[in-house]
Design a protein around this ligand. Sequence first.
Ligand SMILES: [Zn+2]
Length: 483
Amino acid sequence: MSAQTPPTLLKLAMQALLRDETLNMSALDKLPMVFFTALFKEALTGRHTTTVKAMAAAWPFPCLPVGALLKTPDLETFQAVLAGVDTWLQRKFHPRGKLQVLDLRKKYHEFWSIWAGVEDGDCSVENQDEQQVEKVLPKYALRRHLKVVADLCLRPHVDEEQTCFLQWAQQRKGSIQFWCMKMTIWIQPVHVIKEVLKVFHPEHIQEFELNTEWNIFLLARFAPCLGQMRNLHKLLLAPVSKNIFKIGNRTTDMEDKCINKFISQFSRFNCLQHLSFRRVYFLRNRIKRVLRCLMTPLETLSITHCNISHSDLNYFSECLKLFQLKHLDMKGMGLKALDLMPLQVLLENVADTLQSLDMKCCRMKDSHLIVLIPALSKCSQLAKVSFYCNDFSMPILRNLLQHTANLSKMNVEQYPAPLECYDDFGYVSTERFTQLCAEQIDRLRAIRQPKRIFFATHMCLRCGKCCVYNRRFRPCLCQRRLQ
Ligand SMILES: [Zn+2]
């Protein structure tokens, strides 16, 4: 008998079972465990909704991580799973134990890997099945109520599957615990989010992304909900268009009060590690207030596309919560008018931890980079840097690269084309650009081996694209037409 025989037999048996859509509960309760997961997967793939429903109702394991198998949306199959869970809830007796967690997150789940071994004919796995499956149950799985875990992305036009799920959840919020680990919001009214948070309690949310067009008054109304997200690991706040948080005709005092109410919620986060703000205008002169509220050291700080003041930057050098940073993203932050000494102090403080630094489009000049070079040369863990779209001359870029000999972990490095590449009208000379970049890379090779190094010009005034040089020259669109 060849090693391939058992799966083939299993497959044949499953096809026979799937053809007979009259599998009833008592038959399923007796179906060997080795068959159960394989048959369920087969039923889902083939959209045998009657079988899917019956199998969900008779699910013999504590965890049903069905989201991992539903990556391609199919409303009928999804509804069949939910209908099966409803039937499961109505059953008074579960002969093989209780379902504790229905996991709808569309990502890999270890459960299916454990059972894949069984389906491939490795019957030794079957004996340990229950113990192993118990082990992959998340810690939060309590025994009393069924828990449904999902990630939610709420957009103005919610897809059919999510609409169906939200309605189902709303009707069962009294009897099932709903946990949303990752919530992303795109342009939704405050009252809609508040309704969703009545079903999915904020304290279970670990990642929260708020892309909104609310003004600061609405943001303050939402603040208490944000404060309840005590277990947040990751937070992103981003208005969808510039300066949207402003209130046109209200007083500054009132605006300030609203902003304070919002910021004060940050002191409630017990385990925040990643904090990102994109185009949040009200951070100027308030960064100190935000950072002082934090309860835990940050791994990621991302404050992009906004202007900060010198007192904001000063606090970067003092804030202990930033001294273990792994990722610092300041792209699009206007630094032209600032003294970067505090940033140099911060870089020295994070020299042993910083892995990525993004300072694209910060409008820095030579005088700014000179200040940062000594500290940058000590950041031994740096794997990715970007300085695209700053105004550096050839000598200062050469100086920077000469000081990077110790950065052995560097994987991706992005530098602006030196100013010497542009003519008086701001147009790039492609010959000069190619020649200077090639020279830089050759010099760098003398001290270390760069892996992925790029030089890019400013955005072309004609086509809006950049010319890029890494191993070869890649022209912008109009240069490409000329060639
Ligand atoms: Zn162009």
